[in-house]
Design a protein around this ligand. Sequence first.
Ligand code: SF4
Ligand code: SF4
Length: 91
Amino acid sequence: MAVKGWVEINETLCKGCEICVHYCPVNVLALDEHRLTPQGYHPAVLVSDGCTGCMVCAIVCPEAAITVYREERPRRAKARASATRERSHDT
Ligand code: SF4
Ligand code: SF4
């Protein structure tokens, strides 16, 4: 199963340069033409599902304005849940 991700864009730092928009391999970023940042730029926003959490946008952003989050892989989450169950049986 593909890893799901999402991003948070710090609009105080974003300068609307669009670099992240061009580099996102799944085209889920765009500039929000209807809003302005405190500095007067159109901010980058996540516009649809499909972010894989690849971090390309965060790496290329010259302002370090993007934080990427990734959903935990189901298999690892399952293993952790079962370990928790085992521990609770021990007590
Ligand atoms: S983490 Fe990857 S897929 Fe998600 S918005 Fe950034 S570049 Fe696109
Ligand atoms: S690369 Fe960074 S500064 Fe440029 S639009 Fe994207 S988030 Fe904003």
